[in-house]
Design a binder for this molecule. Structure first.
Ligand code: C2O
Ligand code: CU
Length: 669
């Protein structure tokens, strides 16, 4: 069974147990004195059902242990002890109830047992992983107070006893919620904590980090706004101006879209440079009231050029401007987007493509950047929706640089010709085989470069997000295409392409394998640091408001403990997804090398990603080489999830930021 299925079985079983046990308690409490035969049978049945459900949940939790402690830690340590006590009390209560059908004691035990099982059931949703001892203790106190209340009512202890228990329970409950609220809102923000932990380790002394730097030498704290591209760099300059504004467009399908954009069309202007060029982009904000920034997704720029509002700069408000400069040092496919209120800004159109061509030019004669974006109900492939037809000379090599700029996963496929995946996330992928009849999946934010040779028949590039939007390549020879006309080995005919129905190409098993699959390549040396990110969904306060939030290690932005590193660290990151939704985790300023997924070593060509698409129940191990000092965002690129808490930072010791989340309107998510 998959881990996600086991998580689902556990969830259903534990909820069923809680429901049955609570129902048993209430039926017993409300039963006649003495209970009639029907009531007895019902209570026996409910307690037995609850015990059975607890058994199933226990089995699922034990099996989950083999998939990783992240999935089951709080189940085995918190939830199941609660349920065991609950079921035990209920069984004792049941046995005594049959002997003393009018006494209050057995009924109290049955109700208290129900409360304990319920507490066990909710532990995974409110405590999660890692289990918190304080939260566990509070839960136990609430169960005891609830049981006391049941006793006060059933044993007719009078109004004062009832009010006493109810009052204390209400106070403890309110206190618990207040405690969570404080933890989620009042703690220092990540930037501040990274700064404080290291900049003023010695109050009053100079802000030197005694352990900072790579050589063990003391080094002064450096601010992110000093981590900029020096004015003195000598490289060919590509200057571009991007003006963020409200604009209206009419697509060729006739759809009118009201967008926020960086240029006169959607997406923003395609920036094409050659490896080694200096990009100098001037961002102006004409009328985006919430503010904008420019983030270069996948380009490992100096930290001060990263464009994250509240971390590396202040948001650019209407009338303002910001110039980012960076050397485009690795050929590949990238994109840029706003990183201020990005969940809304990107969706509305504040994005564009950045292509860095290799020195000497792109090998393929036809090279197209194809950002895929959903807006106003239309699915844009590049700048338009619907079928976009091009006539191509047979034999021409065609490169499609596909980017998923939406917040959900995208599946794409080529019909009518075999294709290869030659690059992913701006990094070349060596030795990939010809692919036919398989789709390529791109997590939110990801890119894949697909190459095919134009055959004599029609070729179609399609996406699962839309049956209507497609790129159609017609051979110049004027051959009339027909379904299946492409001949053997070409996969699905161009006209019958449905990416959603094709099996997915597994990029972890694609390309020329490295010598040591799944291991840390020798060139990086020993692993010097590790970190775990456990992704989940729990009720928390985000920005002070209650939210069914997306959490990392049980917490929400800006209070998730940062991953702290020193420059030169070789970091093994483990990312586990306990939830039921996919989380495309994006690290700024770095690419990570995939080591394994679900314990299976990556067997394909070395896969360097900037966005790791972690599906429900999956565990990924990736390697991050800390070679780019700064305070870097690390977040889910389902930007709605980021806005609902799933955003944290990778912080180099000794780096501080003068910028503040929430100040000057800064809201990176
Ligand atoms: Cu593409 Cu932090 O973003
Ligand atoms: Cu997510």
């Amino acid at each position: 069974m998959t881990t996600a299925a086991l998580l689902a079985v556990y969830a259903v079983a534990i909820l069923a147990a809680a429901g049955a046990q609570l129902a048993a308690g209430f039926v017993a409490a409300g039963a006649a004195h003495p209970p009639n035969a029907r009531e007895r049978r019902l209570v026996v049945g409910l307690v037995a059902g609850a015990a059975l459900a607890v058994l199933v949940a226990t089995l699922a939790a034990l099996l989950l242990a083999s998939r990783g402690w992240w999935f089951t830690g709080e189940k085995l340590l918190v939830a199941l002890p609660f349920t065991a006590v609950g079921v035990g009390c209920a069984i004792v209560g049941l046995v005594r109830w049959r002997r003393e059908p009018v006494a209050p004691g057995p009924r109290v035990l049955l109700l208290g047992g129900g409360l304990a099982v319920t507490a066990g059931a909710v532990a995974s949703w409110i405590i999660g992983y890692p289990p918190s001892p304080v939260a566990t203790a509070l839960l136990a106190v609430l169960v005891l107070l609830g049981t006391g209340l049941a006793w006060a009512v059933l044993a007719r202890r009078g109004r004062r006893a009832i009010a006493g228990f109810a009052g204390i329970a209400a106070i403890v409950l309110a206190g618990s919620i207040g405690w969570v609220w404080l933890a989620d809102t009042a703690a220092p923000s990540i930037e501040a904590s990274a700064a404080h932990a290291h900049a003023d380790g010695e109050p009053g002394a100079d802000p030197a980090d005694p352990e900072g730097g790579t050589g063990g030498e003391a080094s002064a704290a450096v601010s992110v706004d000093e981590l900029r591209t020096p004015d003195t760099v000598d490289a060919p300059v590509l200057g571009i101006e991007l003006v963020a504004a409200h604009r209206e467009f009419t697509l060729s399908s006739g759809t009118q879209v009201e967008a926020w954009s960086f240029g006169d069309r959607l997406p923003g202007p395609e920036i094409r440079v050659t490896e080694g060029d200096l990009v100098e982009a001037t961002l102006r904000n004409r009328d985006i009231d919430d503010g904008v920034t420019l983030h270069w997704h996948g380009v490992d720029v100096p930290n001060g050029e990263d464009g994250v509002a509240g971390v590396t700069q202040d948001a650019v408000m209407p009338g303002g401007e910001f110039v980012s400069r960076f050397i485009a040092d690795t050929a590949g496919t990238y994109w840029y987007h706003t990183h201020q209120v990005s969940s809304e800004g990107v969706r509305r159109g504040l994005y564009g493509m950045l292509v860095v061509e290799p020195v000497g030019g792109v090998a393929e004669a036809l090279d197209l950047a194809v950002p895929v974006h959903t807006i106003g109900g239309a699915v844009l492939l590049g700048g338009d929706d619907g079928e976009q037809v091009q006539v191509v000379e047979p034999g021409t090599a065609v490169r499609l640089r596909v980017a998923n700029t939406d917040r959900t996963p995208l599946r794409v496929a080529v019909g009518g010709a075999p294709f290869r995946v030659v690059a992913v996330d701006g990094r070349d992928l060596a030795g990939g085989r010809d692919v036919t009849g398989e789709s390529v999946r791109l997590g939110a934010g990801a890119r894949a470069d697909l190459v095919f040779a134009m055959p004599d028949g029609e070729v179609r590039f399609g996406v699962d997000a839309s049956g209507d939007s497609a790129l159609v390549f017609r051979p110049r020879t004027g051959v009339v295409p027909a379904a299946g006309s492409a001949g053997p080995g070409a996969g699905p005919g161009a006209s019958a392409l449905a990416p959603a129905e094709l099996p997915e190409l597994d990029l972890l098993a694609y390309g020329r394998p490295s010598a040591t699959p799944g291991e840390v390549p020798a060139e990086f040396g020993e692993v010097t640091a590790t970190a775990e990110l456990v992704l989940d969904r729990m009720p928390r306060f985000v920005g002070g408001a209650p939210n069914y939030a997306y959490t990392v290690n049980g917490r929400v932005f800006p209070h998730i403990e940062p991953i702290e590193v020193d420059e030169g660290d070789v970091v093994r990151l483990t990312i586990a997804n306990r939830g039921f939704e996919v989380h495309p985790m994006h690290v700024h300023g770095h690419h990570v090398l995939v080591l394994s997924r679900d314990g299976e070593p990556a067997r394909g060509a070395p896969l360097w990603l900037d966005t790791v698409d972690v599906r429900p129940g999956e565990v990924w191990e990736v390697l991050l080489v800390a070679d780019n000092p700064g305070i870097w965002m690390d977040h889910c690129h389902d930007l709605e999830h980021a806005a609902a808490g799933m955003m944290m930072s990778l912080a180099y010791r000794g780096v501080v930021t003068p910028f503040e989340h929430d100040a000057h309107g800064n809201r990176p998510e």
